[in-house]
Write a protein that binds this ligand. Structure first.
Ligand SMILES: [Zn+2]
Ligand SMILES: [Zn+2]
Length: 393
């Protein structure tokens, strides 16, 4: 196995500078105009050909001088509608916008990897497709990038990405074979009864007790209808209905999220939800409508890539942790459905620096000492995966 060369200090410094610049100017999904322009400027300066896709997405291609496979690396670029409260010198300059999920670091590290790979083109086997993706936090930029053909020319053989993770110590990598993120579907429920005076319940049809029974009964899907060793989440996130204390509510509206790792388990959830809601509605004499909106599929890491690349990373002195899967969702799932995919977690936790808050927290921050580890992992993945004789799946 080739040993990895250390990431040069000037590359790490450039990545820190780029990351802080992006951090100052967070942009929401499909509004990443400044970020995309920054990415394009950097790729142009590195002599990397690139094009715009899916509005604010950018795709670059580094063609190696020697034959080999084509590997895609993906970074997301969007921020969240959060007011930053870290007090950092380079904190967000835009009220109500924050890079609270680390996508600033993902974009900067991918630019760093591009710098290393482009400088070494004559030794590079195969090609690297650099995917700078909009709108991971929603409504999703991966699917429109796929529709724009980003994996087709040149035809990509495998795809990888990093996501920062405050559960893991800075400088470690989390690599797990199989499912790592959940499918996340949304649902909306409307319960319809008949309104009336709060003093005369027998003359009305109260939607609230029916809704309450539905909330409790739906939990049976996870508690009683799913193998306890497999993961399902059903959360009712909102519930609203009624007018005032002495009026019987005619309507209750609820929304929620349905999550599972296993694609078959996911497919079985919607029929269970409908069966329970219709049964409770019949029992209470009310009507119910339910709408399920399909969200991101689960991210399932290719077992061969995950297991073999873990060995490569450990062999280069970087601690690998088989991080637990989460019930979070990631639209890298769409790329990993098309080609063998690998989602890696980059540890950023450092108690001394206080970088312990999870993504989407207004206090989210990361230990920048992790950045060169992330760049090394991206570069190392390319150098390894472009020379593989074959992938097993
Ligand atoms: Zn996020
Ligand atoms: Zn994220």
């Amino acid at each position: 196995m080739d040993q990895w060369r250390p990431i040069p200090a000037h590359v790490t410094q450039r990545v820190v500078d780029l990351r802080r610049a992006i951090h100052r100017r967070p942009e929401l999904g499909f509004e990443e105009h400044e970020t995309a322009a920054l990415v394009e400027g950097e790729l142009a300066a590195l002599g990397i050909s690139h094009r715009r896709v899916a509005g604010t997405g950018v795709v670059g291609v580094v063609r190696g001088a020697r034959g080999g496979r084509v590997v895609a690396l993906r970074a997301d670029m969007d921020a969240l509608p959060i007011d930053e409260r870290t007090g950092l010198a380079y904190a967000s300059e835009v009220p109500g916008r924050m890079h609270a999920c680390g996508h600033d670091a993902h974009t900067a590290m991918l630019l760093g990897a591009a710098r290393v790979l482009a400088a070494d083109r004559e030794h590079l086997r195969g090609s690297v497709v650099l995917l700078f993706q909009p709108a991971e936090e929603g409504p999703g930029g991966a699917a429109p990038m796929l529709e724009a053909g980003v994996l087709d020319d040149p035809p990509v053989d495998a795809a990888a990405m990093l996501h920062v993770d405050a559960r893991l110590p800075a400088g470690t990598l989390g690599i797990t074979p199989g499912p790592v993120c959940a499918a996340a579907d949304e649902f909306g429920i409307v319960v319809r009864g008949r309104g009336g005076h709060g003093a005369y319940p027998h003359t009305a049809l109260d939607a609230i007790p029916a809704a309450a029974a539905m909330v409790l009964a739906l939990q049976n899907i996870a508690a009683r209808e799913t193998d306890p060793l497999r993961s399902v989440v059903l959360t009712i996130g909102t519930i609203e209905g009624g007018y005032r204390n002495n009026v019987i509510a005619d309507t209750v509206r609820m929304t929620g999220t349905l999550r599972a790792h296993d694609p078959d388990l996911r497919e079985g959830l919607e029929p269970k939800v409908r069966r329970i809601l219709l049964g409770i509605a019949a029992a209470y004499g009310v009507e119910v409508d339910v709408e399920v909106i399909r969200g991101y599929p689960p991210v399932v890491n290719d077992r061969f890539l995950a297991e073999e690349f873990s060995r490569v990373v450990s062999g280069n002195g970087i601690p690998v942790i088989a991080a637990e899967p989460t019930m979070g969702a990631e639209d890298f799932a769409y790329f990993a459905q098309r080609v063998p995919g690998l989602m890696m977690r980059l540890g950023i936790r450092n108690e001394a620096l206080g970088t312990v808050h999870s993504g989407h927290s207004p206090l989210f921050a990361l230990d920048e000492a992790a950045l060169p580890v992330g760049i090394a992992a991206l570069v190392g993945f390319v150098r390894w995966a472009t020379t593989l004789p074959e992938y097993s799946r």
